[in-house]
Design a protein around this ligand. Structure first.
Ligand code: ADP
Length: 458
């Protein structure tokens, strides 16, 4: 994981920066070569002009005096070739060549593409060609570019040297820097990989988070938060499986006990068979309810509810009317017409679960009050009973899975401890909030605030 392979961050930084250094050196070299080349060539152009003026001064008896010209010229004329043609009217046309110019002109000539006046002559090298006309005399000069080419070659050689050393040094420095900068990220990745590859762990250690750089620090913090929520989820899952097994094991043990009782004593005491079968029937029905609740809870982990804007009081009235006949208590309704976003099947299930609890944990002679009202401009439902109530400590836990208040008391009242966990999940899916409070003088009130506006499209 900590290697320096071609795909690593450090390798990419090294490649990019080495490339940039190379490009900068190349561009600088090319610019220097261009500017120097231009200046030198410009000098040659000036030289050519000076040569032509000195030539004009060296005319004696209508013919150039080459010796005089060489002596008077302010510029070295050693590598310079001149051709002078006179086309004076009524006079014989004449052509004069400076020493060696004929031989020079006989040599094969090449023109540099894009540079009209730069010529190459076989055996002589590069020259700058210049021409001028004055009083019917035509001057053509070829000034040597030897020194320009020489300087150019020196620059190119130096440039090559700078490129090679610059590239090697640039590569080494950027590789070292990239490796150094990448170290915190590589360390974090290494630590994450170690955690990832540790087998059979249910708890994941937090990663060591570097203080700098800020991005890696933030990444480490985020990963640690993720690990923490993963740990919490794992713990919750373990707890859930343990609770579910415990809840299922108790009735199963009892059922197996009764079966073995029938096996052992059923023949001699047939009267126990019907009692045991009644118990087995009751316990297996409880187990069936438990398994159904468990399935529903696990399905709801990834479920989404389709919410629509509809009348709250209508759904509540229908549900209560259908359900109240199966309850011994009287149900009072006070329903203010109001509308909210919710899923009606979900709301019915919530209401039935809360009514069933209100009935289970209240005397049969009690009254259950169901109201629909607007509280702080929020559609609100309350289910209030006059039952045994819930202590403040237990109020914090009743929505947890398998939580049953006062086990001994709960034993007498059938239940799985999953009803309110399902209710809590359903309210969440409906973007609603549920809370529990005390009723006066005794009993419990469950309050549900429904959503008037949706947080996100449902
Ligand atoms: P259960 O199947 O045990 O009723 P719930 O999740 O529905 O499971 O409720 C959890 C616990 O909360 C119950 O065991 C009970 O102790 C308590 N409880 C729920 N509703 C009421 C109520 N209306 N009055 C008193 N206690 C209640």
């Amino acid at each position: 994981m900590r290697n320096f392979s071609g795909h690593s961050n450090a390798a990419q930084i090294t490649r990019t920066f080495s490339g940039m250094i190379l490009l900068i050196i190349l561009l600088t070299g090319i610019s220097i070569a261009g500017v120097v080349g231009y200046r030198l060539t410009k000098n040659r152009m000036n030289d050519a002009e000076i040569l032509i003026s000195s030539l004009k001064r060296s005319f004696i008896d209508d013919a150039p005096d080459w010796h005089q010209w060489k002596m008077n010229s302010p510029i070295d004329t050693k590598d310079t070739y001149v051709k002078v043609s006179t086309k004076i009217p009524n006079q014989k046309h004449q052509i004069f060549y400076s020493p060696n110019t004929r031989k020079f002109l006989d040599a094969k000539e090449w023109q540099a593409p894009g540079f009209r006046n730069i010529r190459y002559r076989d055996g002589f090298g590069f020259f700058y060609r210049s021409g001028a006309e004055s009083r019917h005399i035509y001057y053509e000069t070829w000034t040597s570019l030897h020194d320009v080419i020489h300087i150019f070659r020196l620059i190119l050689e130096d440039l090559l040297l700078v490129i090679i050393t610059g590239s090697i040094l640039g590569y080494l420095i950027t590789a070292w820097l990239a490796h150094r900068l990448n170290r915190p990220l590589a360390a974090l990745t290494h630590a994450a990989a170690q955690i990832n590859h540790t087998e059979n762990v249910s708890y994941h250690e937090a990663l060591p988070v570097p203080i700098e750089p800020a991005e890696v620090h933030d990444l480490g913090v985020e990963i640690n938060q993720l690990l923490q929520s993963l740990n919490e989820q794992v713990l919750r899952d373990h707890q859930f499986v343990a609770d579910a097994s415990h809840e299922l094991r108790t009735p199963l043990t009892a059922i197996r006990g009764h079966i073995s009782l029938i096996n052992r004593r059923g023949e001699q005491h047939p009267e126990i068979i019907s009692r045991s079968l009644e118990f087995i029937d009751h316990e297996s029905a409880r187990m069936q309810g438990l398994v159904e609740n468990l399935l529903q809870l696990s399905r709801m982990d990834h479920a989404e509810a389709t919410l629509s804007y509809q009348s709250v009081d209508t759904v509540i009235r229908e549900t209560v009317t259908n359900y109240e006949t199966s309850l011994p208590q009287t149900i009072d309704m006070a329903l203010t017409p109001t509308s909210a976003y919710f899923n009606s099947a979900n709301l019915q299930q919530i209401l039935i679960a809360l009514l069933s609890n209100a009935s289970k944990y209240s005397p049969q002679s009690g009254t259950i009050q169901v109201t629909v009202l607007e509280q702080n401009d929020q559609p609100t439902i309350t289910i209030a009973d006059q039952g045994i109530g819930i202590s403040d400590v237990d109020k914090n836990h009743v929505f947890e899975r398998f939580y049953r208040v006062d086990q001994a008391r709960s034993q007498a009242i059938p239940g799985t401890g999953l009803g309110l966990a399902i209710v809590a999940r359903l309210t969440e899916l409906n973007q609603a909030q549920i809370s529990v409070s005390d009723n006066q003088p005794h009993g419990t009130i469950f309050t549900i605030h429904l959503a008037r506006q949706l947080k996100s499209p449902a």
